[in-house]
Ligand binder design. Structure first.
Ligand code: PAF
Length: 282
């Protein structure tokens, strides 16, 4: 497995693979990889001849008050995980390689990005869409893999691929959890022991809501209230949002039907964790 830092090196390698008729999968990441990323890489390895993992903490998706500087980084550990999972190439650029000093072209989405995480992180999805477009243009993959934990991101990327005619299959992969139900996240490492013990309330609350829907409840407000109350009962949890939206449009719904996303973002201390469930064909 190779680690390269320049766009030119990635292009040269992918061109050589494509010349041989090999298919290429891309797993975009911001590094500090965990079992969630590993599952994406393993899926990509199964479905493609060659797999590229991008490992880049993208500055344009962080607001000035967010955790860009402190976001955890460990390339050596990432490389070991990628190698074990069967990846062929890590693309690990410096920010200057990805963004010219006077870069002024961004990919903006006018719907899907205003609710949920877009409400409190107004520039976030512009940064995500821009960097993912750039990675698509650099790597030219046949398929790209994204986790369902960032469900709004997955919906946004699918819409961007449709709207901008990227000829790339987007594969969404299920959330990987700790034994107590907490969704795996690079940000879990910020949690103190006390906060870590409180955090599984997210999964428990969502499971309760999901069960209500599976048992026939169709009022989004009733399900939302149940999830919210369960989280509020945990004194260390401070809710950013609890929402039930249409999974395609990311617009709030009154009645649960079709493809539905129940999503939560909650602060534990300064750490903001997200989790969700998705139900389709309701
Ligand atoms: O999900 C992430 O880690 C990032 O948002 C992504 C897709 C790698 C873009 O920087």
């Amino acid at each position: 497995m190779n680690i390269v830092k320049t766009i030119a090196e990635v292009r040269e390698q992918v061109k050589a693979w494509k010349k041989e008729g090999l298919s290429v999968g891309l797993v975009p990441t911001m590094g500090y990889l965990h079992e969630g990323h590993q599952s994406l890489i393993e899926r990509a390895v199964k479905e493609n001849d060659r797999v590229v993992v991008s490992d880049f903490v993208n500055p344009t998706q962080f607001a000035p008050n967010e955790d860009l500087e402190s976001y955890p980084r460990d390339l050596e550990r990432d490389a070991a995980l990628c190698e074990k999972a069967g990846a062929d190439l890590i693309f690990h650029p410096e920010p200057e390689e990805m963004y010219a000093k006077d870069a002024c072209t961004f990919v903006d989405m006018r719907a899907l990005t205003k609710n949920l995480c877009g409400k409190t992180r107004p520039i976030h999805f512009s940064g995500v869409c821009t960097v993912v477009s750039k990675l698509f243009l650099i790597v030219n993959p046949d398929r790209a893999y994204f986790g369902e934990k960032d469900a709004q991101q997955l919906a946004v990327i699918r819409r961007m691929v449709r709207d901008l005619n990227f000829d790339i299959e987007i594969v969404g992969c299920p959330i990987i959890r700790e034994e107590d139900g907490l969704a795996k996240s690079s940000r879990n490492t910020y949690l103190t022991k006390e906060l870590r013990e409180a955090a599984p309330v997210l999964h428990k609350a969502l499971e309760e809501g999901k069960q209500m829907v599976l048992e026939g409840e169709r009022s989004a407000e009733k399900v939302r209230e149940t999830i919210k109350k369960r989280i509020e009962a945990e004194p260390l949890a401070k809710i950013d949002y609890v929402e039930i939206v249409d999974f395609e449009t990311i617009e709030p719904i009154e009645t649960i039907k079709g493809s539905v996303l129940a999503a939560v973002a909650v602060y534990f201390g300064k750490t903001r964790l997200i989790d969700n469930f998705i139900l389709t064909d309701i």
